[in-house]
Ligand binder design. Structure first.
Ligand code: PLP
Length: 377
């Protein structure tokens, strides 16, 4: 199998799985238990927190484990809107966020919040000024992702953070960095956001574990899950020790070769651009500069057909910005692509293990699909 869908999820290295197995079988104590075996599990969780916090460039006390990136995004909203409940009921976000944010905003709209959704330009970019212009005296939260999962566009979070105080010093800033963590260089300090959402399964960790950084401007914070006092009382529930250990191990592995991983993914992406560019009619969608995501379209060739055909050849790519139940995704819609282009969008995404040979196989399969099928739209 050729796996070119690393933005969807990533393969788990053996060392990560082995560490999880070790914790499940040898270190299965409950971190809340009072005896030494429980304290050992607690120590493990805190060591793991330290590992992930170091990679994010923040104090361990500011990092909370959650069950996934989606939960982290939702908690950021809960905490920010609670803190700023008297500031107002206006939120600024973008039209190209992950559904975790888009759907939360849709809910909030039904509850009477006003949402301003900033559109990207044709290249998928969103300048900081466009976001800042939308901030008002009643803006409780600005939520802008760090790296777009469909186009690889990197958004100017530190510029937004730097300009936000002048617009409204109370407004809090959340960034969904699920696609940015260990894929583009940044730290909690340089970013300046009040909340940063992470997810382990995008970096070689297991599914079902994420984290939320909560900065010093956030008071409390508002608990997500009240209960038995875990995660400093803010996100209760017995710690998922094996998942946490897997998250930390994956983080440590990616950190070991951080610069080399980024360089390799960028080289793979450049090679993919070169090889796919040989297919006549193929268009590149947006101009995302993150090293691991590339969206292209074969106008007139419905993306689901392309994905299915490559799947039969043992190649996994995603219908990225493509149709959700017959409708283009929010991202495709927001980019304003013409219908034939929008319907043909597929996403290839890469990891540190991706090889040029795999890119060759995908490029050949795409070309074959293009040359042997009639366009349908
Ligand atoms: N945010 C972004 C940008 C993502 O790409 C994803 C996963 O696809 C998520 C959030 C959700 O993360 P999780 O699958 O851990 O809930």
């Amino acid at each position: 199998m050729i796996y070119l869908d690393h933005a969807a999820t990533t393969p788990v290295p053996r060392a990560v799985a082995e560490e999880m197995f070790r914790v499940l079988t040898e270190d299965y104590g409950n971190p809340s238990s009072q005896y030494a075996y429980g304290r050992r599990a607690k120590g493990l969780v805190e060591d793991c927190r330290e590992t992930v916090a170091q990679a994010l460039g923040c104090e361990a006390a500011r990092l909370f484990f959650t069950s996934c990136g989606t939960e982290s995004d939702n908690w950021a909203f809960t905490a920010a809107l609670w803190q700023n409940r008297r500031v107002g009921r206006h939120i600024v976000t973008t039209a190209v966020e992950h559904s975790a944010v888009l759907e939360r905003c849709r809910w909030l709209e039904q509850d009477g919040y006003e949402i301003t959704r900033i559109l990207p330009d044709r290249d998928g970019n969103i300048p900081a000024e466009k976001v800042l212009e939308a901030v008002r005296p009643d803006t409780a939260l600005v939520s802008v992702m760090l790296v777009n999962n469909e186009t690889g566009n990197i958004y100017p979070i530190s510029e937004i953070a730097a300009g936000l105080g002048a617009k409204n010093e109370k407004t809090l800033l959340h960034t969904d960095a699920v696609q940015g963590f260990l894929k583009v260089p940044f730290s909690a300090k340089t970013l300046g956001a009040d909340f940063i959402a992470l997810s382990a399964h995008k970096i070689g960790g297991p599914k079902g574990i994420g984290a939320l950084y909560i900065g010093g401007r956030v008071r409390g914070p508002r608990a997500l899950l009240p209960g038995g006092g875990q995660e400093s009382g803010f996100r209760a529930g017995t710690e998922a020790t094996a998942q946490i250990a897997g998250f930390a191990k994956a983080t440590a592995l990616r950190m070991e070769n951080f610069a080399e991983n980024l360089r390799h993914m960028a080289e793979i992406k450049a090679y993919a651009v070169e090889r796919l560019g040989e297919i006549s009619d193929l268009r590149f969608v947006a101009r995302g500069t993150a090293p691991h995501v590339l969206s292209v379209s074969m106008p007139g060739y419905p993306s689901q057909n392309v994905v299915n055909e490559l799947s039969e050849a043992g190649i996994c790519i995603s219908a990225g910005s493509a149709c959700h139940q017959g409708k283009p995704s929010q991202v495709t819609a927001a980019l304003g692509l013409e219908k034939r282009v929008a319907a043909g969008v597929v996403r290839l995404s890469f990891g540190p293990e991706t090889t040029k040979k795999e890119i060759d196989a995908a490029a050949d399969a795409l070309r074959l699909h293009h040359d042997t099928r009639f366009p349908m739209l």
